[in-house]
Design a protein around this ligand. Sequence first.
Ligand SMILES: Nc1ncnc2c1ncn2[C@@H]1O[C@H](COP(=O)(O)OP(=O)(O)OP(=O)(O)O)[C@@H](O)[C@H]1O
Ligand SMILES: [Mg+2]
Length: 446
Amino acid sequence: MTLARILLAEDDEIMRITLSDHLRKKGWQVDEAEDGRQALQKIKTEQYHVVISDIRMPHATGFDILEELQKAAVPTDVVFMTAYGSVEDAVDCLKQGAHDYLLKPFDMDDLTIRIERILEIQAVKARYITLQDCCRQFRKPIVGSSQCIQDMHGLIKQVAASDATVLISGESGTGKELVASAIHYGSPRGNGPYVRINCAAIPEGLMESELFGHEKGAFTGAESKKTGRFEMANGGTLLLDEIGEMPLNLQAKMLRVLQEKEIERVGGTKSIKVDVRILCATAKNLASEVKKGTFREDLFFRLKVIPIVVPPLRDRKGDIPELCQTFITELGQGEKTITLSQDAMALLLSYDYPGNIRELHNIIERLLVLHPGQTIEPQHLPADLTTDGSPHHQESLLLAEAVSQAEKSCILRALQKTGNKKSDAADLLGISRKNLWEKMKSYNMN
Ligand SMILES: Nc1ncnc2c1ncn2[C@@H]1O[C@H](COP(=O)(O)OP(=O)(O)OP(=O)(O)O)[C@@H](O)[C@H]1O
Ligand SMILES: [Mg+2]
């Protein structure tokens, strides 16, 4: 941390000298002000980490200094020192935004410990802001200039300004998560937390406690209290991803939470108020889930206040060249690049991408990793593209490829056998629901 700068405003000379000597011994840089006016002058020209000030001084009070500091762009923490008897003044100052106060006479070490804590908090805040900036930089923009993407940008901007619940639907890999984060970061809650929960990847039995948290001892294994995602998202946005996978009993609870804006931790007795904006994403057609009876109709209507449908890539093929270029730059990281020949691009443009943008992303990644040369010709592209979108069943000698083909066909058979019930299919396959979900995602089978 940079050398801490402290301003000490105190009209009692002996007190001032004793204190400043003590603080300097800690290695801090200390400026002194003999009265209120001098202190006001100094804070106009210098930037301090902490101001330690008496409340009553000639020409200007500690209150005046605090007020002046609060106008500055970079806030400075203020600690007041006050003689016993004017405690009310001090408490009043805390209300107005001072960080702390000490009653005179006080122990020097007490003061230095308080200053150390303030400096620590300032350092953590600075790191947090830097990290937040980094995250914002790494937030991926939605690439594409086709009319449907432009329309979607317009809609995102409009809904971001409101607090309305949004239901984002679209095939797997179309970019629903990107749309959700664009809404959050473009909204007035953009500086608040952005929390996501993937309803398909969390085992059914744990989902309630993930969402709402639990009290210590709420169930076997609940060894300590846990904060749920709803509470984590307080003041910000919660994305309920793959909402179509939420079990029916939780759907009922969710409806209540949305109506009452209150949650109850598992095993808890009191309701906790939460201020959370809800976004939902689904690759399933929720309207037909409602017809099938696997999704509550009342929750469906509650969630789709504003529906956004993310178009499949085959309906906006004009974006393919721009997407390819973005992925080549992003994945090559300045170390490797490739050029797509005209014929290769023509092939990329003619394919239908059942796995949408994720599939295109994976194709480019594979080319960058596996292709030794610069220019990509049609023969370097995956066989799926040349066989018009139908999966190829050629015998492969690559072990990894053979294993994935075997896995894919096992999963397909298990799903057919169980009428598409993922929990039953996972049991049949001898893997967890989460594991099945991850595998299906990586094979674009969702
Ligand atoms: N318009 C876009 N511009 C750039 N990258 C995109 C775009 N849309 C999607 N992607 C990329 O494609 C991948 C898939 O996107 P995302 O995870 O948002 O899809 P999804 O719709 O949530 O899919 P799923 O239903 O399978 O969860 C990500 O790597 C994402 O960064
Ligand atoms: Mg997703």
